[in-house]
Ligand binder design. Structure first.
Ligand SMILES: [Zn+2]
Length: 365
């Protein structure tokens, strides 16, 4: 119990202590671009074939796929299931890396429910991408009738790339979270950017209630916003760590109008989990001092009315009796054996799909 509380505190602190400019001190690095450039005209399998996994696989990432391998897995799935899996480049990162979305559906049936799943707003949280890719693989051959699943496995590709470089260069103590402009993408959304909390007014704690310089200042968050604007019946953002399913609000203490609907969906998501189920809560109520300002779930729910969930996958890879794990930031978010954590994440998404499928009418196989 004490350990759980401690790890939750570290996890939420992870939501605060970031590789980003200190507010008021000015941002370093290039200014955020204001114009979003279109994707280059190249299909996904052709592009994926140009990706190269590193020849040496670092021991600390044993069992974990580098991004190139994730793309190869997805290219295989897309080529084997051309009628159900549609890859699409939906925008570019600060450093012009392509952000890919995968639409999975039975295209012979009308869409009645749409589910958005996206991962890796944060650079080190590889587990989210693993769950997202496994989710696509799982439904590619038999999509749920009447549903469209839209999955973005890696939003913050520039940050992810840096974590791969860190692993290859044996830099366990480099903490990465932000995008190439050093902005925490999950403080860059437009809803609930102001804080009513007393702690935010005190000189020593004010800095923890960080938001980006302006709402949707980064190309990656604009990509998520544009996608969310197409209208979904539920949205899930995959993060690590903590073992939680959170719902809005993150940036204010009062409950959302349809708190009951959020709570019921969250409860169904954890109902069939293997092992100890994740806890559910409104994010701003988990700890009285915590507010997450400008976060994705508040934005997607507050702007588009879509029930939105932030899943903190895993209970961390920190092991009390293994000091090497204490200061290895990759290991904090990505436990040594990913298998049970991918299964846990899939279970959460599967039960949500089942819950949403129940709302599709007359489309049984
Ligand atoms: Zn995160």
């Amino acid at each position: 119990m004490v350990l759980t509380l401690l790890l939750t505190a570290i996890s939420l602190a992870g939501e605060l202590d970031v590789d980003r400019p200190v507010p008021g001190k000015g941002a370093s690095g290039p200014p955020p671009p204001t114009v979003d450039r279109p994707c280059p005209d190249q299909d996904f399998p052709t592009w994926a074939a140009t990706r190269r996994a590193p020849s040496e696989h670092p021991e600390r990432a044993e069992g974990w796929d580098f991004e190139a391998t994730l793309w190869h897995r997805l290219a295989r799935v897309a080529q084997e299931n051309p009628s159900t899996v549609l890859p699409q480049c939906i925008g570019l990162t600060v450093e012009k890396r392509r952000i890919w979305a995968f639409s999975v559906q039975d295209r012979t049936l009308p869409v009645q429910q749409r589910l958005l799943v996206f991962a890796q707003l944060h650079a080190l949280e590889w587990i989210g991408a693993e769950v997202a890719v496994a989710f696509i693989e799982q439904y590619a051959t038999a999509p749920p009738p009447g549903m469209e699943l839209v999955v973005v496995p890696v939003v913050n590709r520039d940050g992810r790339w840096r974590t791969e470089e860190d692993l290859l260069a044996h830099r366990p103590r480099t903490y990465r979270r932000a995008n190439a402009n050093r902005v925490d993408l999950n403080r860059d959304f437009s809803v609930n950017r102001e804080n009513d909390n007393l702690w935010a007014r005190l000189p020593f704690t004010r800095r923890y209630y960080y938001t980006s310089p302006a709402a949707l200042s980064q190309p990656e968050s604009r990509v998520v916003d544009r996608l969310a604007a197409t209208g979904f019946d539920a949205a899930v953002s995959l993060h690590a760590f903590g073992g939680y399913v959170y719902f809005p609000w993150a940036g204010r203490y009062d409950a959302p109008d349809d708190q009951g609907r959020h709570r019921a969906l969250a409860e169904s998501m954890v109902a069939d989990m293997p092992g100890r189920p994740y806890r559910i809560n409104q994010l701003a109520r988990n700890m009285s001092w915590f507010r997450g300002l400008g976060m994705e779930i508040d934005h997607i729910y507050g702007t588009y009315g879509t029930p939105s969930f932030l899943v903190e996958l895993t209970r961390s890879g920190i092991r009390l009796l293994e000091p090497a794990t204490w200061r290895d930031y990759f290991r904090w978010y990505n436990p040594r054996d990913k298998t049970p954590h991918v299964a846990a994440g899939l279970s959460i998404l599967d039960t949500l799909v089942r819950e949403m499928s129940a709302k599709t009418q007359g489309l049984g196989r």
